[in-house]
Design a protein around this ligand. Structure first.
Ligand SMILES: *Cc1c(COP(=O)(O)O)cnc(C)c1O
Length: 390
């Protein structure tokens, strides 16, 4: 199966037809499985004979999603999780131990920082935050205790890129692994494992679903770290994916490359249009040739993705732009067919101190748009009022 192209794998990988001959994948809503005999039950429980026991461990619909995403990311194993955060938690519990140090990008998802600071630290894990655009800083910061590098690329909301091959080389040189949160690009635009990363984590909630319906996540990587260690955490700790959600994500994957292509095209058009608006001071989009990492984006991504951020004068102007929209959804979610607009400084990044926001480049006038699939003219028309007044 894995010889097929991406688009084919997205539609077909992982499907196992039952004797009913169904065309679409069924949803196996069952918590447990029955055995033909006491002996068979004993063999399954001992692991002597592989097979289903209980849906916290394995479920056919979830397995289809896992195998399809593994094929798309080019990983040997994938473990689905209840949320993107459960994917990061399970990866951390499986692969870190007390005394380890994590080097983490300073521009990662807010809950990732809360998880690391509030919980990992409690178990004696040290976390150091670094500039994702400066790989040499990572080499200098690494110690013999460093076992994991963690990045998101592009980052939220100012679209900074981490150079995956460069960081992978540095991580491996110090005996650490590189974990990439591939939420913004998805495997349709960026395949971190092929670029040298060891583990990919996902919030399936975003583009893998693509229509804002379900919470879920996944970890992809090699058979030992993911197929055994991460799976072990999910089995024993419990944050497994529901079969219904797995089915929604499975259907999402079937249209992933079409959607990512359309999101990227729309975002590029919006970024170019925003650059021409007098009220807009700066546009952050890796597809623009004036983005400081445009060349890196071209090298490690096949397109530039659906997120565009831009600066207007101040918080009042930003709120005015947001409040006069009628069509766009004012919400912090992203990866939806519906365009969303948010003011990071007062929502997603409000818990950071002023200084931390400054370091991350998140000013009071910054607006983030996750460009959906409505007509680009309607999206522009919905923004223009607030920009003209500004
Ligand atoms: C949303 C998000 C997460 C967390 O995923 P959930 O499904 O909300 O738990 C992690 N990383 C990134 C980059 C995200 O955008």
């Amino acid at each position: 199966m894995n010889d097929y192209d991406f688009e084919t794998l997205a539609v077909r990988a992982g499907q196992v037809r039952t004797a009913e001959g169904e065309q679409a994948e069924p949803i196996f809503t069952t918590s447990s499985y029955v055995f033909g005999s006491a002996k068979e039950a004993a063999e399954r429980f001992s692991g002597e004979v592989p097979g289903n026991i209980y849906s916290r461990f394995t479920n056919p619909t979830v397995r289809t999603f896992e195998q399809r995403l593994a094929a798309l990311e080019g990983g040997d194993s994938c473990v689905a999780t209840a949320s993107g955060m459960a994917a990061i938690l399970a990866t951390s519990l499986a692969l870190l131990q007390s005394g380890d140090q994590v080097l983490c990008s300073r521009s990662v998802f807010g809950s990732t920082v809360k998880l690391f600071e509030g919980y990992l630290r409690k178990f004696g894990i040290d976390i150091v935050y670094l500039d994702p655009t400066a790989p040499e800083d990572w080499r200098l910061a690494a110690t013999e205790r460093t076992t994991m590098f963690f990045v998101e690329t592009p980052s939220n909301p100012v679209m900074e890129l981490a150079d995956i091959p460069a960081l992978a080389t540095i991580a491996h040189g110090v005996g650490a692994i590189l974990v990439v949160d591939n939420c913004f690009c998805t495997p349709a635009l960026q395949r971190p494992l092929a670029l040298g990363a060891d583990i990919v984590v996902h919030s399936a909630t975003k583009y893998l679903d693509g229509q804002g319906r379900c919470i879920g996540g996944a970890v992809v990587g090699d058979a030992e770290r993911v197929g055994e260690d991460v799976l072990g955490v999910i089995r024993s700790g419990g944050p497994s994916m529901s079969p219904f959600n797995a089915w929604v994500f499975l259907k999402g994957l079937e249209t992933l490359s079409l959607r990512m292509e359309a999101h990227s095209r729309q975002a590029m058009a919006l970024a170019q249009w925003l650059e021409m608006q007098p009220a807009v001071h700066k546009v952050y989009y890796p597809g623009l040739s004036n983005h400081p990492q445009h060349e890196l984006a071209k090298a490690q991504q096949s397109d530039f993705g659906g997120i565009v951020s831009f600066d207007v004068f101040d918080k009042e102007s930003a709120w005015r732009v947001i409040d006069q929209t009628n069509l766009l959804s004012i919400t912090a979610n992203l990866g939806d067919t519906k365009t969303t607009i948010t003011h990071p400084a007062s929502t997603t990044h409000s818990r950071l101190s002023e200084a931390e926001r400054q370091a991350a480049g998140i000013g009071d006038g910054l607006i983030r748009i996750a460009v959906g699939l409505e007509s680009i003219r309607d999206i522009q028309a919905d923004l223009v009022g607030g920009l003209i007044e500004g």
